[in-house]
Design a protein around this ligand. Structure first.
Ligand SMILES: [Zn+2]
Length: 334
């Protein structure tokens, strides 16, 4: 990117460097690795809104990790599993009207509020809460909520699903999963997005598309989309426990792999079984998927594999090792 440098008094080439910056979050100094744009000739720093925003989000997320606070996305999920609007959820909790809205949009929540949300994440706890507190919802809403809580508690599939994923996929945000617990719904939505866009999507290419989407989204927002961990395989980064995930998706009739033969070569094709769901991925997430799709749409599986072999994260890890999202900052797509 070329910019006008006030120091050099001319248009110059710029470059991106990483440096330590300290932000004040809730009165605490939080240090982050910020990306900044500088003049290639004199080193003068430019203001670049996109990086500035990303750094601020990073600082907030760092603060959340440090204090073990729920991420905005997680708060939204808790509310949505009970089918509540932001306003009725706030009412139910006896909080101010706009409180939930602010938390879901990135404000840092109060510690006590965080504990209550964490507690209410489990349907059986919500049941206790409803029984022991005066509920300010109207009768109709209350009844609807009770039904959902009953259903969530009884739904053996739901319970099984939690145990299944809990055993293999870490729910705790960390560097390896892009600071996000694994989100099966988002993962399925990503697979369906790419499977419907492409005329033919091979399994090996899909894995690279998933990896780039998660890494690029992480680079720009400080959090991954799916919460998947990626492992260093001979032909590039691959989601951890990929075969099991695909088995589950096939059992749920979301998508499956079909093996076909093309001139004697075995091809593993991804076949979608339902439409891409609406409302699961945010606009920002969809935009990243769109960019990744466009970038690689004319790449064959081998081309994209070669391309991903050049990434720093891939080169810094050995076979079978997890490629941390820390390396996302080194990905340059254009
Ligand atoms: Zn300059």
């Amino acid at each position: 990117m070329r910019k006008y440098c006030e120091e050099c008094k001319k248009e110059v080439e710029t470059k991106v460097v990483t440096k330590k910056e300290t932000y004040d979050v809730c009165g605490e100094a939080i240090e982050v690795d910020a990306q900044v744009l500088i003049c290639e000739e004199c080193g003068e720093e430019f203001y670049y809104e996109e990086f500035d925003n990303a750094t601020l989000i990073q600082a907030y997320n760092e603060y959340r990790r440090k204090h073990k606070l729920l991420f905005p996305e997680e708060i939204k999920k808790i509310r949505e599993q009970y089918g509540l609007s932001q306003r009725s959820f706030a009412k139910l909790l006896n909080w101010g009207d706009k409180t939930i809205c602010r938390y879901e949009n990135g404000s840092i929540q109060d510690k006590a509020h965080n504990s209550l949300l964490l507690f209410l994440r489990r349907p059986e706890n919500m049941k206790t809460y409803l029984a022991e507190n005066e509920i300010l919802l109207d009768e109709k809403q209350k009844k609807k909520l009770m039904n959902i809580v009953e259903k969530l508690g009884k739904d053996s599939e739901y319970q099984l699903g939690i145990r299944f994923f809990g055993a293999f996929f870490s729910g705790t945000p960390c560097e390896e999963n892009g600071f996000k617990g694994f989100d099966y719904e988002k993962f399925c939505a990503m697979v369906l997005f790419f499977a419907h866009k492409s005329t033919e999507l091979l399994k090996t290419k899909l894995m690279k598309l998933l990896n780039y989407s998660d890494m690029v989204f992480y680079k720009e927002n400080g959090i991954s989309i799916s919460g998947l961990k990626y492992v260093h395989f001979p032909y590039g980064p691959v989601p951890d426990n990929f075969d099991m995930l695909f088995g589950r998706m096939a059992a749920d009739h979301i998508a499956h792999i079909e093996v076909c033969y093309d001139n004697g070569y075995e091809k593993h094709q991804v076949i979608p079984e339902c439409d891409a769901p609406e409302g699961i991925l945010s606009d920002a997430e969809l935009k990243v998927l769109e960019r990744i799709y466009e970038k690689f749409k004319n790449f064959g599986s081998a081309d994209i594999s070669d391309y991903s072999h050049k990434e720093k994260g891939y080169n810094a890890t050995k076979q079978g090792e997890i490629i941390s999202y820390v390396y996302a900052k080194d990905i340059q797509l254009d």
